[in-house]
Design a protein around this ligand. Structure first.
Ligand code: FAD
Length: 472
């Protein structure tokens, strides 16, 4: 008897199930639109089978940012290009530089606002273009499958002055801005026309947020100051003050206590001041105000106190949010509508998604890339018929591979005590942890260009110092 089961998509396309390499582009492929080019979106665009999907990435930035290297790039240990991978470098993927503005889940359309200057309104027959403009240059993209991976923004908790005067460290342009300000204060502090107290205030560098990003930036900065600044600016020797503030009593709260203590001891020995229990009330151009203490001066303020909602996610209708910052998703990573039902053909992954039931997942690249891998495999499976359809098959399961943080001076901490994958379950600190940290991130670098560039710049920094060129 013949099976009544409908032919799978791959059979309809005349292809063998499980085939993963590309053939001639086909007009009848499903349109996959990926919103965002971060850890989640970039990995989906890379990993999904382009012979099964016609992939378009929509993102305001035309690159992927390798966030673990942003702190190194901010102090010149690595060059900015070591932290990026161009989206147009992914074969057979289309790219639209723009912001997703709204989604019509019923009509399966995303409204996109270009992130490039609008064209002058010359009399072309715009209605006949493939995506006629809606307003202000906005246009609509059709999708068959949609991946929402727009991430989150840096949180300032509404503290007055933070958004205006602090530097965030979220993308390569933030890293670039920090480096420019750092080099600027070194030159300002070298001016013979300023007083000693002005010089000391300029050289006070405040970092707010004792999580991994704040700690790594403090560590990179310490090494830069000790290894390069005092050599190149001998008149400033001993004057740079690095202070790490956190409202919690200790830094690295998500790490095991022994590693947290190690990091704090290391910072103390290195002269990086850790000020737990510090609540910032307001920030001005060159001061921050601390609860119970008053104003303290700074020349550079780097703010890294966690995440807030991406405004696009916050205002998205037809979906359920947790506390407005993230989209609630099913085990198959479909966002749920206000009635609690999964939205078919739509997936939300990375920092903008959280399970509708069960524990919240950490906002890390590790989670984002595991979700991307799961969704790419699932999308491939749906197209070939290996996955029987929406809501079927295995759900996403996060595997905790542990965490690691650089603490400066060739030392790091590695916490694999809660790891859920096979291998060593351990807490490691010191030089061995630093070797693990560097080796791990080097292998994680995405393309061959960066796999070659990163060790090269690390070596150049050891022998010739970091780049302190100030491009005005
Ligand atoms: P993101 O990487 O933030 O990407 C979001 C993307 O969406 C961006 O391309 C953005 O331009 C785009 N976008 C935004 N709005 C729109 C819109 N409306 N339409 C279309 N596109 C939009 N995690 C680790 O596991 N290990 C680490 O060592 C580590 N180090 C870090 C260091 C730093 C300095 C920082 C900031 C983070 C670090 N993280 C680390 C956390 C990790 O980077 C994030 O969890 C991860 O980037 C989340 O990936 P994502 O794709 O969800 O979001």
């Amino acid at each position: 008897m013949l099976s009544a089961r409908p032919a799978c998509r791959a059979c309809q396309l005349g292809r063998s199930v499980g085939r993963t390499f590309s053939t001639t582009p086909r007009a009848d492929k499903d349109k996959l639109v990926v919103l965002g080019s971060g850890w989640a979106g970039y990995n989906v665009a890379r990993q999904v089978d382009k012979s099964l999907y016609d992939v378009t990435v929509v993102s305001p930035r035309s690159h992927f940012s390798f966030t673990p290297f942003l702190a190194s790039a901010a102090v010149g240990t690595l060059e900015f290009r070591c932290t990026t991978e161009p989206i147009r470098g992914i074969k057979e993927v289309k790219y639209a530089q723009g912001w997703a503005n709204t989604i019509d889940f019923d009509a399966k359309k995303v409204e996109v606002e270009p992130a490039v200057p609008a064209m002058p309104d010359f009399d072309a027959d715009l209605a006949n273009t493939p995506h006629p403009p809606v307003e202000k240059g906005m246009y609509k993209l059709d999708y068959d499958k949609l991946v929402i991976a727009v991430g989150a923004y840096s949180a300032s908790f509404g503290i007055p002055g933070v958004a205006k005067h602090a530097h965030f460290l979220k993308d390569v342009q933030d890293s670039r801005a920090i480096r420019m300000r750092l080099l600027e204060i070194l030159e300002q502090a070298s001016l013979p026309s300023i007083s000693q107290s002005q010089r000391e205030n300029l050289l006070r560098i405040a970092i707010v947020g004792g999580g991994p990003t704040g700690v790594e930036f403090s560590a990179e900065l310490h090494d830069f100051v000790e290894q390069d600044v005092y050599r190149l600016y001998p008149h400033l020797k001993g004057l740079v003050n690095i202070t790490l503030y956190d409202v919690a009593p200790h830094i690295l709260l998500s790490f095991d206590e022994s590693l947290r203590d190690y990091a704090e001891r290391k910072f103390k020995r290195n002269g990086v001041a850790v000020r737990g229990g510090s609540k910032v009330l307001a920030v001005g151009e060159d001061w921050l105000e601390l609860d119970g203490i008053g104003r303290e001066a700074f020349g550079l303020l780097v703010w890294s106190t966690g995440l807030s909602a991406n405004p696009f996610v916050e205002r998205l209708e037809g979906v359920s949010h947790d506390d407005k910052t993230k989209l609630l998703v099913t085990p198959h990573l479909n966002p749920v509508n206000p009635a609690g039902q999964p939205i078919p053909s739509v997936y939300a992954i990375g920092d903008n998604a959280t399970p509708a039931s069960g524990d919240r997942l950490p906002a890390t690249a590790q989670v984002a890339s595991q979700m991307a891998k799961y969704i790419s495999k699932r999308l491939n499976g749906i197209a070939t018929g290996e996955v029987e359809g929406e809501g079927k098959g295995e759900g996403f399961e996060w595997k905790n591979r542990g965490s690691m943080v650089f603490v400066g001076d060739y030392r790091a901490v590695v916490d694999r005590s809660a790891s859920s994958v096979s291998g060593i379950r351990a807490r490691i600190s010191g030089l061995v942890a630093w070797v693990m940290w560097r080796s791990y991130y080097m292998t994680l670098a995405m393309g061959w260009r960066n796999k070659l560039l990163v060790p090269m710049y690390w070596t150049l920094a050891i022998f010739f110092g970091r780049d302190i060129t100030r491009k005005c």
